[in-house]
Design a binder for this molecule. Structure first.
Ligand code: SP5
Ligand code: ZN
Length: 340
């Protein structure tokens, strides 16, 4: 597989996250990427390359320019402070009510953020831009026919990021950036297989009929992101019928996952897209610390093989997966299945 790396991923190292009222080390850390790379190198047959850096305008194809500027300016401000506090912009108050307005320091007050899992540090913008660059380069390669399948190995992940807000460890939405670029050439399906709902692409393409968004995930009644991912979210306007959510109960194993994946793949086939974007998470693995599903490592090859049956030019993006011992092997299995 042709693998596009985010060369700047380790500029972003979150200081921690809140779990059960305590600050714990963040699950989303640089070792995730190195673990995947090591597993793919050990498996063999993969090539690794770095993308050219993309422009902010390219990111603004799917993100609000004011949000992009917020990330750039906040990171720059933190670097200028040279260790004098604060080293991190960690919002604690978020917009609420029908007409959210934030006076004063909009950033500190969560104007561009929807949860506490997504602090901004001095290196966050560079890391996010590196990920966006990798996703757009992957899309360009597939669009040009230079590769049938490309995998974007990046972190922080992207699939929770919405048009104007970060959240769920995510800043720029790699899958949406790739889909937006490919959609200039033909219909695109986004099939999100992270254990968490792919709310970002759903949000960004909700009113578009030329981009299908499908997500198979843990029931949001009991799993992050809680406020979206239900089956009755089907799109709006021209996008009505172009969003499909397949929520599954906690404890889901291959027996329950298989028919859900088949239904998701059927929806993609009926849409008859020219391209597929595949946000992929290994956090549906049985040993993941936050997912709650029961998929064994070997089953990820079956998932990849089922997606391969679509026969579509594909950009896969790395999303979640937080057990450092199984993340790499899961990706290796999934890519093996995808390549056939
Ligand atoms: C990309 C991605 O997978 N983002 C996920 C963000 C989820 N953040 C919530 C983490 C909650 C961890 N606490 C769960 C305790 C279970 N033992
Ligand atoms: Zn996830």
């Amino acid at each position: 597989m042709r693998v596009i790396l985010n060369p700047k991923h380790d500029a972003h190292v979150p200081p921690g996250e809140i779990e059960n009222g305590e600050v714990i080390p963040c699950y989303e850390r640089p070792e995730r990427l190195t673990a995947v790379r090591a597993a793919l190198e050990a498996a063999g047959g993969h090539t690794f390359e770095e993308p050219p850096v993309c422009s902010e305008d390219a990111v603004a194809a799917v993100h609000d320019p004011a949000y992009v500027a917020y990330l750039r300016e906040t990171a720059a401000e933190i670097r200028r402070s040279r260790g004098s506090t604060p080293k991190v912009q960690w919002p604690t108050v978020f917009p609420y009510g029908p007409s959210p307005r934030a006076g004063g320091n909009r950033a500190l007050r969560g104007q561009f953020c929807f949860d506490t899992y997504t602090p901004v540090l001095g290196g966050t913008f560079a890391a996010a831009l590196g990920g966006a660059s990798a996703a757009l380069h992957a899309a360009d390669l597939v669009a040009a026919g230079a590769a049938k399948q490309v995998y974007v190995l990046t972190r922080p992940p992207g699939h929770h990021a919405e048009r104007d807000r970060c959240g769920g460890y995510c800043y720029f939405n790699h899958a949406a950036l790739a889909a937006g670029r490919l959609a200039k050439l033909g219909r695109v399906a986004v099939l999100d297989l992270d254990v968490h709902h792919g709310n970002g692409a759903q949000h960004i393409f909700y009113d578009r009929g030329d981009v299908l968004t499908v997500s198979v995930h843990g029931d949001p009644a009991g799993l992050y992101p809680f406020f979206s991912g239900y089956a009755d979210e089907t799109g709006t306007g021209a996008g009505l019928g172009a969003n499909l959510n397949v929520p599954l109960p906690p404890g889901t194993g291959p027996r329950e996952y298989r028919p859900a994946l088949a239904a998701a793949l059927d929806a993609v086939r009926r849409f008859a897209p020219a391209f597929l974007v595949l946000p992929f998470g290994a956090d549906a693995h049985e040993a993941d610390p936050i997912g709650g599903f029961k998929l064994p490592t070997g089953y990820f090859r079956e998932i990849g093989a089922a997606v391969r049956e679509l026969g579509l030019p594909t950009v896969a993006t790395q999303e979640g997966g937080y057990n450092l011992d199984v993340l790499g092997p899961c990706v290796a299995e999934a890519l093996r299945g995808l390549e056939g």
